[in-house]
Ligand binder design. Structure first.
Ligand SMILES: Cc1cc2nc3c(=O)[nH]c(=O)nc-3n(C[C@H](O)[C@H](O)[C@H](O)COP(=O)(O)OP(=O)(O)OC[C@H]3O[C@@H](n4cnc5c(N)ncnc54)[C@H](O)[C@@H]3O)c2cc1C
Ligand SMILES: NC(=O)c1ccc[n+]([C@@H]2O[C@H](COP(=O)([O-])OP(=O)(O)OC[C@H]3O[C@@H](n4cnc5c(N)ncnc54)[C@H](O)[C@@H]3O)[C@@H](O)[C@H]2O)c1
Length: 467
């Protein structure tokens, strides 16, 4: 076993770990990045990137189908093999070598293996055979960026079915004839649409009374309608009693006795943090009951100035851009950048900017009306049709969707916004700036959206009572 030293050790090379290691390395901090699998993490290979590659052709086709003059040019459905080939290109055939120059250019030392803490400022790296290959004495800090894995609900027979998780759902080489999706969160909704658009017959099962639970109820309803129009059988309020595989088929039995038969079952029922096996007990740290490693606003674990947790593993916001933001916050802290803004007013946790890439899309930031009211704020919703502007007419008739601005009447600021509609993802950032910056409503009113763009939906905010 080798003994070594480093200023900082980062465990996990997903988006959060990579950004932290890179930010430190390029400023001359001696940094070791430990990763047992693929540099780029879940997002690059089994998450954000392949899922969007699978969804984009359908989105584009839907838009073309709404626009006369070009809709006559397209017939039929996307070519599944071409879509899967493009997806493979996006994930570099699960080869992370393209990610390595970025790390090398920043003088970060990459170690392949599992990292674990064995004492204060002391990390061991274990290889695939369970051998300790290196012990690193850390001068400054250890950062945990180990992400999450799929959670399997305790359904009898589920494990024996060998279900798809996000890994198979984003990398499968063939379109299943019939797919049952368990869970109507962002993963379930996006993957149900993606595989349906490639020809699978999809049933989506959600235990709660609506999908996309964290979003405005109208967003759940409009995405449900969109999925159903595509032929996805969306069922809410359902309980799965058992799962089994019979003659190669998956049989999902619902409470009440109905049996659904499919070629594959995708479990998209939430995430389990990779906090086990990290040696946290060696330094007296206990994850929360769900396994997340709690942090303060400085991303420190238990107030320790040498231990940080960033990205999905801390449970604040399971989103790539938020993990990367947390990485920049920790880097600023470790580099002692005086002008570095730490987490403060910016939307975090459930209030983070977020986009579900369904058809229609849901792009949201900050509070929903209900969460603002629950927080005791003087909240009011201003609703408008997302396709009610001149700009929207060019995206095609019938694009539909609702936009909601949630304002704080007393403070005179925007608390949140939700845009539901075709291609609304790119409209979100103005709202993020307004919420993060607590831009006064009268300033937003005076910020004129260009004609004819869909951003004129903001004029509905300006036209509110007293606006
Ligand atoms: C299907 C899907 C679609 C998604 N789409 C989006 C999207 O569109 N937009 C978005 O913002 N988010 C999306 N997400 C969420 C996003 O993927 C995660 O928020 C993001 O990957 C979290 O980054 P991370 O660096 O915290 O963890 P991860 O990406 O999970 O990376 C953690 C890394 O740590 C490694 N590791 C684990 N244990 C150890 C150890 N002991 N030592 C060293 N390394 C270890 C793992 O191998 C892994 O590579 C999606 C997720 C899924 C599953
Ligand atoms: N576009 C994006 O930004 C994007 C896309 C995918 C994932 N993500 C991130 O990944 C995280 C994880 O996504 P997710 O969809 O797995 O989790 P989630 O926790 O958001 O949703 C899981 C859903 O499964 C349901 N569920 C749980 N157990 C069930 C059961 N036994 N039967 C039926 N339904 C059940 C839950 O009620 C919930 O609606 C998200 O919170 C999000 O932050 C983001």
């Amino acid at each position: 076993m080798r003994e070594s030293h480093a200023d900082v050790v980062v465990l996990g090379a997903g988006p959060a770990g990579e950004v932290l290691a890179g930010a430190l390395g390029e400023r001359g901090v001696e940094t070791v990045l430990v990763e047992p699998r693929l540099v780029g993490g879940e997002c690059s290979f089994y998450g954000c990137m392949p899922s969007k590659a699978l969804l984009r052709p359908h989105e584009l086709l839907e838009e073309v189908r709404r626009v006369p003059g070009v809709r006559e040019l397209v017939q039929g459905e996307p070519d599944p093999q071409a879509v899967l080939d493009r997806r493979d290109e996006v994930i570099h055939e699960l080869d992370d070598s393209v990610q390595l120059p970025w790390i090398e250019e920043r003088d970060v030392r990459l170690m392949r293996g599992h990292g674990r803490i064995v004492g204060e400022r002391l990390v061991e790296v274990v290889d695939g055979e369970g051998r300790v290959v290196e012990r690193i004495a850390v001068r400054r800090a250890v950062a945990l960026a180990t992400g999450t894995r799929p959670a399997l609900p305790p359904i009898p027979g589920l494990e024996d079915v060998d279900p798809w998780t996000n890994r198979e759902a984003t990398t499968a080489d063939e379109v299943p004839g019939r797919l049952v999706v368990l869970g109507g969160g962002p993963i379930g909704a996006e993957m149900a649409l993606a595989w349906s658009s490639l020809g699978a017959t999809v049933t989506l099962l959600e235990g709660a009374d609506r999908i996309l639970l964290k979003e405005e109820p109208f967003a759940s309803a409009q995405v449900t309608d969109g999925l159903r129009e595509r032929g996805v059988d969306v069922r809410t309020g359902v309980r799965v009693a058992a799962a089994a595989r019979e003659d190669g088929e998956v049989v999902v039995t619902l409470e009440g006795g109905e049996a659904l038969r499919a070629d594959e079952l995708l479990v998209a029922a939430g995430r389990t943090p990779n906090s086990d096996g990290l040696g946290l007990d060696a330094v007296g740290v206990e994850p929360d009951p769900r396994g997340f490693v709690a942090v303060d606003d400085g991303l420190r674990v238990g107030g320790r100035d040498w231990l940080y947790a960033i990205g999905d593993v801390n449970g604040r916001a399971l989103l790539t851009h938020q993990g990367k933001r947390q990485a920049r916050v920790v880097a600023a802290r470790l580099l002692e950048d005086q002008d570095a803004q730490l987490l403060g007013q910016e939307p975090d946790g459930l209030r983070s900017p977020r986009v579900t890439f369904t058809e229609p899309q849901v792009a949201a930031v900050g509070h929903t009306l209900q969460s603002a009211l629950d927080a005791g704020l003087d909240a009011e919703a201003i609703d408008a049709p997302s396709d009610g502007t001149a700009g929207a007419s060019f995206v095609g008739k019938g694009a539909g969707g609702t936009t909601r601005f949630v304002i704080d009447r007393s403070a005179g600021v925007l608390l949140g916004a939700t845009f539901v509609g075709a291609g609304v993802a790119e409209q979100l950032h103005a709202a993020t700036i307004a919420v993060a910056g607590r831009v006064p409503l009268h300033v937003l009113d005076a910020s004129v959206p260009a004609f004819p763009t869909r951003t004129e939906v903001w004029l509905r905010l300006a036209a509110r009572d007293g606006g």
